[in-house]
Design a protein around this ligand. Structure first.
Ligand code: ADP
Ligand code: MG
Length: 354
């Protein structure tokens, strides 16, 4: 494995999150069993860390990680024989029968596409390929796609041409179309880990899938978890503030996560489905707080594209889902239902209540 800048950043991020969750037990130092049962693996193109605080059974972690592997094998667009790759290979040819979980994630992805007027669009594949922003490389490039290339990729993107049929069959109607679930699959994966933990009697855990966090239950001292919201300008080392959370998913999408630089400008991995270019608005990161992580993951990508105003309007229509935006001029804007649970801790930023 190449230890690129991107991976080093991920490892630092994982350590920072270990520190913050570790701190949670500071006032409980006397109890030796407070150290969580923890495991970290590189999978789904990111660092996954699972921590269980109230059980010491490694088999639970084995089960969770094999489920994560199964999800990746079925839903990755870069694994040759995944269900998603089979759908893509058969675009414009014939429908493909997929596993129940793949069908469910695509169904949810289509739901968020229609809810957002296709700001979120799981058929984004041709543009993702064209831009090829994995973050997993040297960060400066000497070219970007041409307008022509972007135009022809854009013409292939439309979730209305992604059909869900009977018997778990999925069909991309036109040749060249490509399904890409990168904006939603980690959320589903977090929900699945939570389900496995619950079935095994776990009540206190932190599920961290490359920054997609699920804070399960409470800390062992009975208080809620403290989740740091990453400082987009110093993601490896600092937070803008702390969110108190109990049984919540906290998913963040940011322009600092995966990007390259061309002629001094940053090109990140969240694509505006109107222009075909990386989204350009006032948002630098957005975190979604929800019960289900699949909702949080789809919506973090969606709201990044929609921007602050439209994004907050959408959040207002959704029950039990909240958002925290961070803008390029360093404002932190929480939605109405979350501001009492969030504390700003970084003086460089200004808290704006809407
Ligand atoms: P990450 O996966 O890095 O945590 P996100 O959840 O925001 O971040 O997902 C970004 C990924 O979603 C991109 O890498 C790409 O695969 C996909 N994507 C990019 N733009 C869109 C979009 N407008 N709609 C749906 N998926 C997108
Ligand atoms: Mg997402």
């Amino acid at each position: 494995m190449k230890l690129t800048k991107f991976r080093i950043l991920l490892i630092i991020l994982a350590l920072v999150s270990i520190i913050i969750t570790g701190c949670n037990n500071d006032n409980n130092k006397s109890k030796s069993n407070d150290q969580p049962l923890s495991r970290t693996e590189f999978m789904m193109d990111t660092i996954l860390t699972l921590k269980i605080y109230d059980k010491k059974d490694n088999k639970i972690l084995d089960e969770a990680f094999s489920r994560l592997e199964e999800i990746e094998k079925r839903m990755s667009s870069t694994i040759e024989d995944s269900d998603v790759s089979l759908i893509n290979k058969n675009a414009g040819i014939e429908p493909v029968q997929v596993h129940d979980d793949v069908y469910y994630v695509i169904e949810q992805a289509k739901h968020y596409a229609s809810l957002s007027n296709r700001a979120f669009d799981p058929t984004i594949g041709p543009l993702v390929d064209l831009w090829n922003i994995s973050g997993d490389e040297e960060q400066t490039r000497d070219s970007i796609p041409t307008d022509e290339e972007i135009k022809s990729a854009l013409a292939l993107i439309n979730s209305d041409d992604l059909e869900l049929l009977e018997d778990n069959k999925v069909f991309l109607k036109r040749k060249g179309m490509k399904l890409e679930l990168g904006g939603i699959v980690k959320g589903y994966a977090a929900d699945e880990v939570k389900r496995i933990f619950k079935e095994n009697g776990v009540e206190s855990a932190i599920i961290d899938l490359g920054g997609n966090i699920y804070a399960m239950g409470k800390k062992l001292d009975g208080s809620p978890w403290n989740i740091g919201i990453t400082n987009p300008y110093n993601p490896a080392a600092s937070f803008v503030g702390i969110l108190k959370a109990q049984d919540k998913s906290i998913v963040t999408s940011g322009d600092y996560e995966r990007y390259f630089i061309y002629k001094g400008k940053r090109y990140h991995h969240i694509i505006d489905t109107n222009t075909g270019y990386p989204t350009e608005n006032q948002v630098t990161s957005v975190s979604i707080i929800s019960d289900k992580s699949i909702d949080g993951d789809a919506l973090s990508t969606t709201l990044f594209v929609l921007g602050v105003e439209e994004g907050l309007n959408l959040i207002d229509q959704l029950d039990g889902i909240e958002a925290i935006f961070i803008t390029k001029d360093k404002k932190v804007i929480p939605s109405a239902g979350i501001k009492d649970h969030f504390t700003l801790s970084n003086e460089e930023f200004k808290l704006e209540n809407q």
